[in-house]
Design a protein around this ligand. Structure first.
Ligand SMILES: [Zn+2]
Length: 166
């Protein structure tokens, strides 16, 4: 089973973050893969969904994460909702096992033409998986190729800065 990230994890590597004040770093390959996935869904008029796998690090500012891979699996989706197909969970975990990183650091999903934000359902999904620990939600709108990242603490969702790593 993959680890859900948690500030309580004892063995987090201490390493200064690349950019002060930024807690979320994402590989360019990950952005390419999730935007491609969202574009495919868009042609089928369906939202898409997946998990972001990577590493949790810490420095003097606290916890930050690097998303190094995106994984997905079979989905039940239409134009306004998406979830993992029950039969697809096993293959999802197999895909996670093949990733370099060992932590689920976030998730992504698409919105079709309504812009990038976290809906009430999204917030419930997010807090159901990550609680109020650091975990990041990336929302993509393939209708105008926009993408935004959010954290979701006790004071609700907040759009955050994200650095794309080449
Ligand atoms: Zn949503």
């Amino acid at each position: 089973m993959p680890k859900i990230i948690s500030a309580a994890m004892p063995e987090i590597e201490f390493k200064a973050r690349p950019v002060k004040g930024v807690s979320f770093y994402i590989g360019e390959n990950v952005v390419d893969s999730i935007t491609d996935h969202a574009d495919i869904g868009y042609t089928e008029n369906k939202e898409v969904l997946g998990l972001l796998i990577g590493r949790v690090l810490k420095d003097d500012e606290g916890i930050y994460v690097k998303a190094e891979d995106a994984v997905t699996s079979g989905l039940d989706a239409d134009e306004t909702s998406v979830r993992f197909n029950k039969d697809a969970i096993e293959s999802l975990f197999e895909s996670i096992d093949k990733c370099k990183g060992d932590s689920v650091v976030g998730w992504y999903h698409s919105h079709l033409g309504i812009g990038c934000f976290l809906s009430d359902v999204d917030i419930r999904t997010h807090t159901g998986v990550f609680g109020d620990e650091a975990g990041f939600a990336v929302v993509i709108d393939p209708s105008d190729s926009t993408l935004a990242a959010f954290s979701c603490g006790s004071d609700g969702p907040q759009k955050i800065r994200m650095i794309i790593m080449i």
